[in-house]
Design a protein around this ligand. Structure first.
Ligand code: GAF
Length: 485
């Protein structure tokens, strides 16, 4: 069994294989669907989403993965087991879904309730969850879980939600079932994230703008302080309420509509804490727009300085940092541009969790080593560091309907929905089936006809003229003949 550090660095196809195997070990049959939702890191634009401002996050190559099948018991219950061995969540679909004492289960519960409220009624499911998004790391493991659940329900019910509605349904789950009045950033980037792009999201109009982030010379390094962050303890809600008070005093619908001059003009009417909260938000919205411009222009020095300014403001005005996050930022600043660090800041809600650093790619190794050593010396804690390229949003990695659809469309050409998920997904699926067969050989049930035979049959059918169709067919034949991608 794969555990620990290696597991955290698995690619999505590797994770898919692993989760499929674990599902088969847990439930005694292969899964019907496998879906994944990434974690996120916010490059800049913190605590601006619930003020109608701008955010600039990206999805990262860490994932919550769910494998599922119809409930073998035939009961109207969704059971969700977790590979880490925490208690299973049992959601009875025949009774109204309520919050539960099992804290983690409230995220999927809220999502299932959201589907039901929209008239989409999933039947019983057996589900296995595995996540490499660090819990309490400020990389939004909770929203990843929500979006993962929603994606599985889409696959299982065959009802695809509109992406904005899907994100809002998941946000509502967080509000009502986890009790955190979060903004829309995390759920939006999980639904809409795009490979090699940051998402510049206008949280008022919900307009999305994708900012390319694909310069191989620079990378984003994520540093987990390993100090657990917790938003459910009231501090997050308090910040949100303070912002609302500030907007009221300023006479604007939200802090998005205020500027620094207006704030200064009203300073005497405000509690100093409320003033500082507003100063952070107003400044951060501006910094976010400048940073997006800086990234488009590959002006890394400017972007780095904006990140440091953001951190200072979150530390002093918004007061959501902590000693350990500050320690990482100070260490990064001391390494400086000469050592390969352009900028660094805390990311996410705060009170622990991760920082994100903009670094020169060729210096990642030395920077990581320096930060880890200095951080341990300063705090006595081991940090966890990893780089990530911007990843795609939530996806159905394996789904019966998708596979059937591909088969049906191979005869006529190629279905556009398969573009981008095709060759590698099929390669990954096939390898996974190989491994499942070896589990089957150890006594578990596995259907007679193998996936190889299915692929071979499909690949033998006439293929369309589109290059992607030809590519898929070539890949499928290669896999069928060689047993690997
Ligand atoms: C958390 C919330 F969920 C987001 O909506 C956002 O407010 C963030 O904190 C702070 O920028 O991740």
């Amino acid at each position: 069994m794969l555990t620990g550090a290696f597991n955290l660095f698995m690619t999505l196809p590797e994770l898919t294989t692993y989760v499929a195997e674990q599902f088969a070990e847990t439930y005694g049959r292969p899964p019907r669907w496998i879906v994944a939702a990434p974690g996120r890191v916010n490059v800049i634009g913190e605590h601006t989403d619930y003020n109608d401002g701008f955010v600039l996050p990206m999805a990262i190559e860490r994932y919550a993965v769910m494998a599922g099948d119809h409930a073998a018991s035939g009961k109207n219950v969704i059971q969700i087991r977790d590979t880490s061995g925490v208690d299973a969540a049992l959601v009875d679909l025949s009774a109204p879904i309520k919050r539960d004492a099992l804290k983690w289960s409230n995220y999927p519960r809220g999502v299932i309730a959201g589907f039901q409220a929209r008239g989409i009624r999933p039947a019983g499911l057996d589900v296995l969850l595995h996540s490499t998004v660090p819990l309490g790391g400020g990389l939004s493991s909770s929203a990843a879980l929500e979006v993962c659940m929603a994606t599985l329900l889409e696959a299982a019910t065959g009802r695809q939600l509109d992406p904005v509605q899907k994100a809002l349904l998941c946000q509502q789950a967080e509000h009502e079932f986890a009790g955190v009045p979060c903004g829309i950033m995390d759920q939006f980037v999980f639904v809409m994230g795009r490979e090699n792009h940051l998402l510049l999201l206008d949280c008022r109009s919900r307009q999305t703008d994708f900012v390319p982030m694909n310069d191989p010379a620079v990378s984003l390094l994520i540093i987990n302080t390993n100090v657990r962050h917790e938003l459910g303890n009231g501090e997050y809600a308090r910040r949100r309420a303070e912002c609302e008070v500030a907007a009221k005093i300023l006479g604007v619908p939200s802090l998005r509509d205020a500027d620094a001059d207006r704030l200064e003009g009203a300073r005497s009417k405000m509690d100093p804490v409320v003033y500082r909260r507003a100063r952070h938000v107003i400044g951060e919205i501006e910094r976010t727009l400048h940073a997006a411009e800086g990234i488009r222009a590959a002006n890394w020095l400017t972007v780095g300085n904006l990140m440091y300014a953001s951190h200072g403001s979150l530390r002093d005005d918004y007061e959501v940092s902590c000693r350990e996050l500050d320690a990482v930022v100070e260490i990064a600043e001391a390494i400086g541009v000469k050592g390969g660090v352009f900028g660094c800041r805390m990311t996410g809600g705060g009170f622990g969790g991760c920082t994100v650093a903009l670094v020169k790619t060729d210096a990642i190794e030395s920077i990581s080593k320096n930060i880890a050593v200095a951080y341990k010396r300063k705090t006595g804690i081991d940090a966890a560091l990893f780089a990530s390229r911007p990843a795609a949003g939530a996806t159905v990695v394996q789904g019966q309907s998708l596979i059937a659809e591909a088969g049906a469309h191979t005869a006529r050409g190629f279905h556009p929905r398969m573009v981008g998920r095709n060759d590698f997904t099929f390669a990954g699926n096939l390898l996974q089936r190989h491994r499942l067969r070896s589990i089957a050989a150890r006594g578990h049930h596995y259907p007679e006809h193998t996936f190889i035979n299915q692929i071979r049959a499909r690949a033998a059918q006439p293929c369309g003229q589109q290059p992607v169709g030809r590519r898929w067919r070539a890949a499928a034949l290669h896999i069928a003949e060689n047993g690997h991608a």
